[in-house]
Design a protein around this ligand. Structure first.
Ligand code: C5P
Ligand code: ZN
Length: 460
């Protein structure tokens, strides 16, 4: 980790000499927070900054963005395109990334955890890498809370908690800044902004047998725990409960799930570390870090990443109300996506589960839907899941997701997707448990056959 900091310092020295800077970030929650951190830091330093967030740094994007400014920082993307950037990008640039590095690639201004024994899938996200540089540039730890949102948004939690650099530097600074507190609690989604019963009714990761999608059973459970979920005429949220109420509720929940066949171990996994932002309103979708990350994802995935960047930089006004609308749309689109997959979707492709949503699911959501299908138990996590949807201009978007136990058995989706994509003239990248690709339309069958073969090899 010392080497990582040394390199961050060296890169900071280069960036200090720049004044006209373009931050090019990925468009998901991790990329949006990375961008917000860097733009804030550079603005603090009095530099002129512009930013843009992209789905991926595809070859055509590299040309398109060249004229935006004099100096470039790529954040949460770029490492997969390093050969192209080095060959043909005409401007000075820095790459801050945590995605898998195609073999043999290096670059003096690449800050990447891989070279320092850090795991870019679980120990540091793009936001952590951006924060490492921003912290050297400004010494400002008030940017750390946003990096916590990035790490959680990148699904980096291990056994329910941040680890590695995410914990030792990012979370530690975030807590020291006074803006974050972390504690162990029932870690269901919506604990801050959803009415208490609906935290259970809508729970999809995990599905709570008998409770998910069953209002009456949830109301009964809450009554048995002695909890009034409407107080003075308004729904309360989980975060409104006091310690004793939380304890009673968990006891009843554990009893219920154990009768439904859940092991003690599985029940215990419902408890995880939760992260709250103390400056946000108790019921705001920005209060709980997981909900905050969803809001940023909603902005990016619905074509408005800049809205998320402004929110992450502190706007709680016009941009924020825009973000709330996008969040609403996002939820609706995901709900429709899951419904579609459940109804028409899943095929058994030998070494993985497969669905092709064509135009029924937007390309930008197919990865999230694939992950949710997995988390919700529509398919068991014994094999990876691969989803496809049409992208514009004759391309197909591919997203693959897998459980960590498959990764331990040797699965590497980033490598598998790269090999299969290369086979049909596509582009791919990502991490062992989560990877994406873009391939030409019509090449699906050939791509799938190759992918099936590579995954088969990896898992034997
Ligand atoms: O797009 P999707 O959500 O499926 O991507 C999963 C992971 O793979 C992300 O971390 C994304 O940045 C990465 N990816 C990549 N190159 C691509 C597509 C996805 O590095 N062409
Ligand atoms: Zn990332």
């Amino acid at each position: 980790m010392d080497g990582f900091l040394e390199l961050a310092k060296r890169i900071a020295n280069v960036v200090r000499g720049w004044d006209d800077v373009v931050v090019v970030g990925h468009y998901d929650a991790d990329g949006i927070t990375s961008t917000a951190i860097l733009v804030s830091a550079l603005e603090q330093m009095g530099k002129e900054v512009r930013f843009i967030n992209l789905k991926q740094l595809y070859t055509d994007d590299i040309e398109r963005i060249q004229d935006m400014g004099e100096h470039f920082i790529f954040a949460d993307l770029g490492v997969g395109q390093l050969p192209t950037l080095r060959r043909s990008f005409g401007k000075p640039f820095v790459v801050l990334d945590h995605h898998q590095i195609p073999k043999g690639e290096d670059y003096p201004l690449l800050l990447h955890p891989h070279f320092f024994g850090l795991d870019g899938a679980h120990e540091i996200s793009g936001a952590g890498v951006a924060y490492a540089l921003a912290r050297v540039l400004t010494g400002d730890i008030s940017l750390a809370p946003v990096a916590v949102v990035g790490a959680v948004g990148d699904v980096q939690l291990v056994r329910g908690a941040l680890t590695g650099y995410n914990r030792d530097v990012v979370l530690r600074d975030a807590i020291a800044s006074g803006k974050v507190f972390a504690y162990r609690d029932l870690a269901l989604y919506g604990r801050a902004s959803r009415p208490l019963p609906y935290m259970f009714v809508y729970s999809s990761d995990p599905v709570l047998p008998g409770l998910t999608a069953n209002e009456d059973a949830v109301f009964d459970l809450l009554r048995r725990a002695g909890i009034e979920y409407v107080r003075e005429g308004v729904w309360i949220s989980y975060v409104d409960l006091n310690e004793e109420e939380k304890r009673h509720l968990f006891t009843e929940l554990a009893l219920y799930l154990s009768r439904a066949g859940w092991s003690e171990e599985k029940i215990a996994k419902l408890i995880g570390e939760v992260y709250e932002l103390t400056d946000e309103d108790l019921h705001s979708p920005l209060r709980d870090v997981r909900e905050y990350a969803t809001l940023l994802n909603a902005c990016g995935r619905h074509g408005r990443p800049e809205v998320g960047v402004h929110v992450a930089m502190g706007d709680r006004d016009r941009w924020y109300s825009e973000a709330l609308k996008l969040l609403h749309e996002h939820r609706e689109a995901l709900r429709r996506g899951i419904e579609w997959v459940e109804k028409y979707g899943i095929e058994d492709y030998g070494n993985f589960y497969f669905f092709h949503a064509r135009s029924f699911i937007p390309a930008s959501l197919v990865g999230i839907v694939a992950g949710m299908v997995y988390g919700s138990g529509i398919v068991p996590p014994d094999r990876p899941i691969v989803g496809m949807a049409y992208e514009e201009e004759g391309f197909v978007k591919v997203s693959a997701r897998a459980s960590s136990s498959l990764v331990r058995k040797g699965l590497d989706l980033a490598e598998a997707m790269r090999r299969a994509a290369a086979h049909v003239g596509g582009e791919a990248g990502g991490h062992r448990p989560a990877a994406g690709a873009r391939i030409p339309r019509g090449a699906e069958e050939e791509f799938l056959r190759e992918l099936d073969e590579v995954i088969g090899e990896q898992l034997t």
